[in-house]
Design a protein around this ligand. Structure first.
Ligand SMILES: [Zn+2]
Ligand SMILES: [Zn+2]
Length: 273
């Protein structure tokens, strides 16, 4: 079956080669790292320089939640890689989410990685994400036993999809992005920790902020397994999603993770609508 699927993909690639979403150039694609944006267009995508507070969306250093906004969210901060208004970004996210083009995850994760590494100054967020990553060598950081005991681990957690929606789409876009991020930065990924209880309405379809909060409230829960709780106690967590709107979804996830003992919880998304 797998061979048949591979043969089918091979034929499809010859008949309909992938064209860069930015400039239309035909891309030579090698599984599993399928590019939908050519390296030239990727370079042109500007990453966000100034990050905002997840709650009030006003400037905040490194995207940390303002002190005064802390009562509104359990998120310690939010890192947004780029802007939704860029056509390439917009189209890539749309194809990924609504046209079920799974392979776009690679190009989107390239944007995430670029924004994390290219920023001028490293702060709280980089401390979490790059804890096991050496910038100089691009490889795994090596720690002594003593250092190992002192440092806090960081875990990547994708925003979970409800089973129904997963079956409909065939993949969880947040999980695919999480996988690339975890691999790149040598972090653990945990997708059996947080689950979605209710099949909520898509947040984008709801206009009022109050209704959005109500819609997502209590939508997530932590696995009952005690080992899982031990796993995240005092750990830092980065929750990954493709886009976010008001950050209420990420905030709800963060709330559950903190209840279970997580230390710092940050959000990471490609763009904010
Ligand atoms: Zn291009
Ligand atoms: Zn704020």
């Amino acid at each position: 079956m797998k061979i048949l699927l591979k043969a089918k993909n091979f034929i499809l690639d010859i008949l309909f080669p992938i064209q860069c979403l930015g400039c239309g150039v035909e891309l030579e694609n090698l599984e599993p790292k399928k590019r939908w944006v050519c390296p030239e267009c990727l370079k042109k995508i500007k990453t966000r320089k100034d990050q905002d507070c997840p709650v009030c969306e006003q400037f905040s250093e490194e995207g940390r939640t303002h002190y005064k906004c802390k009562k509104e969210t359990a998120l310690d901060g939010l890192w947004v890689a780029t802007e939704y208004k860029y056509e390439v970004v917009n189209e890539a996210i749309h194809k990924f989410k609504f046209n079920f083009v799974k392979d776009i995850s690679f190009s989107l994760s390239e944007i995430l990685i670029k924004s994390i590494l290219e920023t001028e100054e490293y702060g709280d967020f980089q401390d979490l994400v790059l804890v096991n990553f050496s910038q100089e060598s691009g490889e795994k950081k090596v720690y002594t036993e003593e250092e190992k005991n002192k440092k806090a681990e960081t875990i990547i957690v994708p925003v979970p999809l409800h089973k129904k929606r997963y079956n409909w789409r065939g993949f969880n876009q947040a999980f695919l992005l999480s996988e690339y991020i975890a691999n790149k930065f040598n972090l653990e990924i945990c997708d059996n920790l947080l689950f979605r209880k209710r099949n909520t309405k898509p947040q984008t379809k709801i206009k009022s902020m109050g209704e959005r909060k109500e819609n997502i409230k209590g939508a997530f829960f932590i696995s009952e397994c005690l080992d899982v709780k031990n796993l995240i106690k005092n750990k830092n967590i980065v929750i990954v999603d493709d886009v976010c709107t008001t950050s209420t979804t990420l905030g709800e996830c963060a709330k559950e993770l903190k209840k279970a003992g997580a230390k710092n919880v940050w959000g990471l998304v490609v763009a904010r609508r």
